[in-house]
Design a protein. Sequence first.
Length: 434
Amino acid sequence: MKTRYILFLIAFSSLFALSAQQQYTLQECIEIALENNRNIKQQELNKQQKEIAYSQARADLLPNLNASAGQIFVFGRSIGYDNVYQNTNSSQTSFNIGSNITLFDGLRMKYNIDARKAEMFISEADLQKIQDDIVMSVSTAFMQVLMNKELLQISNAQIELTVANLLRLNELVNSGKVARGELYEIEAQQAKEEFNQIQADNNLKISLLDLAQIMEIKDFENFDVVVPNDILVDEDILLSPSIIYEAALIVRPEIRGAQYRVESSEKEIMIAKSAYYPSLSFGASMGSGYYNMNARENESFGTQLKNNRSTSLGFSLSIPIFNRFQVRNSVKNAQIALEYSRIEVDKTKIALRKKIEQAYYNAIGAESRWEAAQKSEVASREAYRFAEQKYENGRGTSYELSQAKSNLANVLSDQAQAKYEYVFRLKILELLKN
C-alpha cells in the first residue's frame, strides 16, 4: 500500500507540473529561435548595410550639386570689385553654386554597382544560411527531447512493472509460498531501475535546457514540448545522395553565397583595371560677390550681386601615366582574391556533398537498426512473458525474470534511439534538399 501511495503521489505531482508548463511544437520552437537569435539580428543589420552600399553605388552615377558662401574681412591694402588696390579696410561676401558629373572613368562606377549588388546577394544568402542552421539546431535539440521523453517513459514503465511484481511477490512471501530471498532480488532490481529513472529524468531536463538555450528563452524552468502524434516524415524523401546533392546545389544558400563571392571578386578586378584608363568629367558653376570698401562709396548689395555674377563650364581630363605600380598591384591582389573565392566554392560543394552522404548512410544504418530493434522487441516481450509464466508456475527464478525484463528494457531503449536517429537523419536530408 505504501508503494502504491508513493506512485500515486509521483503521478499526481507530475500531472500538476505538466499543467503548469508551457508546451511548444517544433514549428513554434523554430519561430521563437529565429526571432530571438542575435546572430540573425546582426546579419539583418549587415544586410541593410549592403543594401545601402548598393544604393549609393547607383547614386554615384548622378551629378552632384553644392552651394557655398563666404565672408572675408581685409585690414590694410585690399582689392575692390573694380580690381584696384587701395589702402583701406574692406569686406567681401561671395556666393557660389556648382555641379560636376563623371562622363567616363573606365567603367569603374558600373563595375562598382555590380560588385555591391553581388555583396548584397551574399548578405542575403548568409542570412538564410544562419536561419537554416538555427532550424537544424532546433530540430536536433527537439528530437533529443522527444527521445529522452520516450526513454523516461520506458524507465517509468519498467518501474511500474517491477512494483507490480514486488507487490505480487510480497503476497507470496507472506503466504509462505516463496522464500524472502526472492523478494530481496526484486527490491535490488527496483533500486537499480529507480537510479536509471533519475538519470533518464536528468537527461530530459538537460535536453530541454539545451533547446531553451538555442531558442534564447529565459523561462526554461516551465518549458516543455508537444510530442507529435507521428514524428516520422515521408520515407520517400530518402532519395539517393546524388539526387539530393544536385537539388541542394540549386537551393542551398552557402552555395549561392560562395558563387556570389566569385562574381564580386570578378567585378573587383574590373574596378582595379579601370584605373588604367583616363577619366573625363564635366563641371559647371555660377557665382557672385559683394565688396564693401570703407574709403569709398559702394554700390548696393543687390546691384553688386547682379554685376559681379559669373558662370563657368568646363571639362576635366585625367590621364594616368605612372602611379608607382599601385594599379598593377591592385589588379594582382584582386586576381588572387578571385582564385581564393573559386577555391571556396569547391570547398563548399565538397562539404555539402560530404554532409549529404553522411546523413544518407547514417539514415540507412539507423533504419536498419530500428527494424532490427522492432523484431527484437517482439522476441524480448515473448521471452519476458515466458519467464513470467515460468516464475508464476514455480519453475523459474526471480533472477531469470529480472534478466528477461532487463533485456526487454534495453531493447526498447535501443529501438527508441534508433528511431529518433533515423528521423533526425531524414530531417537533415529534407532541409538540405529544400
